[in-house]
Design a binder for this molecule. Structure first.
Ligand code: IMP
Length: 511
């Protein structure tokens, strides 16, 4: 007969944190959320010892509807990391990674561009659609064309100039523009902006081709991003997904593009294919290339991947919001039980070998406080899909459904993503035999605005809870936190109850 665990499989919502003494030192502004991202030798959970760490313990899921270059830039700027999805061609994925690594704060690629023979009508239409009033005029109308002039809403009056007036007659021509040369830094660009009283400084290369625009309003940009996560050359940190099939070609392309860390994308990581992939990468690239592996839900799975060389291990099967793996195949484990089992194995492995392998809790976070509970249970960082899919920066379309704005969010195991290698075993057994079935759904999530605003609020809740638990670092939280299993009735007690609410609340999740 099969082995049956004596304890039920539990999830985050079944637990509550018990407050500890909050000393006067425990205030949110003193809380550090820095956390190790990859393995290292030395004392437990010390981000200073890890060759790569995060300033905020959050990562975004390896999913088409979540992690592209735009979201990766926004998230790295808030101290976390995105893992750019691998269910796309190697070239496209490498190009996304390269765009993150080339991103320069304050330097933007011009998104509103016209040719000189465009008309005032075209200017008005573009301004209306983009919401931006600064337009670059280039020889081919592209953001990288030869710069011929700039036009803003101060250069024309629709009631005076006719709709057919050519842009060439209205723009400030190149000869009269103040431009910066490619390669200058933000401080110098800002000096030029102040010196010439500009709103926007175009940056051009030696052939007068447009490279970037720098806006006056972005002057204080770096002050708004105190947790920004950058490498030694001050480029944003970028992660990328790989699969256990084409890693021999994909990994070199991603490294060439500048990826800082890779992660094997699989719904079930306790497999010989993951071990083969890890061995191949470590043999070929040594310890310079960091690779996370997963997903696992128990001590055995963790040990297998840690011993195979994984730089971090991802935990979670079947708990994702778009996931139907448990319904389709009956495998998985409650996220809290899985995480605590793996965390205990990680700590035991550390005591035995002196090597600390960070773990990531992946999927199933539906309330902001689940992040803090996951950290208290031993996670070094979390991975979220649904949470990030709601933001402007995520790739899904923003739509209006039943008078509400929503964003599209689809699983990697849905027919839409067709990321079958994430779910298939062997050399594409299911695909060859035409036996693919869905393990994910195609859905909408409520639109929530900008990543920066939302994540800022979420992490402020984490800092606040950590203070309640008497801790100012994640290590202290893990050492000091006390958790209790909440009964169904006490969970009911935790929401607003026995009152008549003045407003109905939109969703059951706060994040
Ligand atoms: P969420 O944060 O609850 O939305 O979960 C996101 C996680 O679900 C991802 O990081 C993956 O581990 C997992 N996932 C992504 N797509 C699918 C799918 O189609 N089926 C099952 N799990 C998925």
């Amino acid at each position: 007969m099969a082995f049956v665990y004596p304890e039920p499989s539990r999830t985050f919502s079944e637990y509550l944190l018990i407050p500890n003494l909050t000393t006067k030192q425990c205030i949110p502004s003193r809380v550090s959320l820095t956390t190790p991202l990859v393995r290292y030798k030395g004392s437990a959970n010390d981000p200073a010892l890890a060759p790569l760490s995060l300033n905020a313990p959050v990562s975004s899921a390896l999913m088409q509807s979540v992690s592209d270059d735009k979201l990766a830039i926004a998230l790295a700027r808030q101290g976390g990391i995105a893992f750019i999805y691998c269910s796309q061609s190697i070239e496209n994925q490498a190009a996304m990674v390269a765009r993150v690594k080339k991103y320069k704060a304050g330097f933007v690629v011009s998104d509103s561009n016209l040719k000189a023979d465009a008309t005032l009508d075209d200017v008005l239409e573009l301004t209306e659609n983009s919401g931006h009033s600064t337009i670059a005029v280039t020889d081919d109308g592209s953001p990288r064309g030869k710069l011929l002039g700039m036009i803003t809403n101060r250069d024309y009056r629709p009631d005076v100039h006719g709709p057919r007036t050519p842009v060439s007659q209205l723009m400030t021509p190149f000869a009269r523009l103040n431009c910066g040369k490619a390669g200058l830094d933000l401080a110098t660009a800002n000096e030029l902006i102040w010196e010439h009283r500009l709103n926007c400084l175009p940056i051009v290369d030696n052939d007068d081709k447009l490279v970037h625009l720098v806006f006056r309003k972005d002057h204080d940009d770096h002050k708004d991003h105190p947790l920004e996560n950058v490498d030694a050359e001050k480029r944003l940190i970028a992660g990328a997904g790989i699969n256990s099939r084409d890693y021999a070609e994909r990994v070199p392309a991603l490294i060439e593009a500048g990826a800082d860390v890779l992660c094997i994308d699989s719904s079930d990581g306790y497999s010989e294919w993951q071990k083969d992939a890890l061995s191949h990468i470590k043999e070929k690239f040594g310890d310079k290339v960091f690779v996370g592996a997963g997903n696992v839900v128990d001590a055995e799975g963790f040990l297998y991947l840690a011993e195979a060389g994984a730089d971090f291990v991802k935990v979670g099967v079947g708990g994702g919001s778009i996931c139907i793996t448990r319904e389709q195949k009956g495998i998985g484990r409650g996220q809290a039980s899985a995480l605590m089992d793996v965390a205990a194995a990680r700590d035991e492995y550390h005591r035995r070998t002196g090597i600390y392998v960070p773990i990531c809790s992946d999927g199933g976070i539906t309330q902001d406080y689940h992040i803090t509970v996951a950290l208290a249970m031993g996670a070094n960082f979390v991975m979220m899909g649904r949470y990030f899919a709601r933001f402007d920066e995520a790739p899904g379309r923003k739509l209006r459904v039943n008078n509400n704005f929503v964003k599209e969010y689809w699983g990697e195991g849905s027919n839409r993503a067709r990321n079958w290698q994430r779910y298939d075993h062997g050399e594409g057994e299911k695909k060859r035999n035409n036996l693919e079935f869905e393990e994910g759904v195609d859905s909408y999530v409520p639109y929530a605005g900008k990543l920066q605003d939302n994540l800022g609020l979420t992490l402020s809740k984490t800092r606040s809870t950590m203070c309640n638990c008497g801790s100012t670092t994640i290590t202290e939280l893990q050492e000091r936190a006390r958790l209790t299993v909440a009964s169904a009735v006490s969970i009911h007690e935790g929401g607003a109850h026995d009152v008549i609410l003045k407003e109905t609340r939109g969703t059951t999740s706060d994040s």
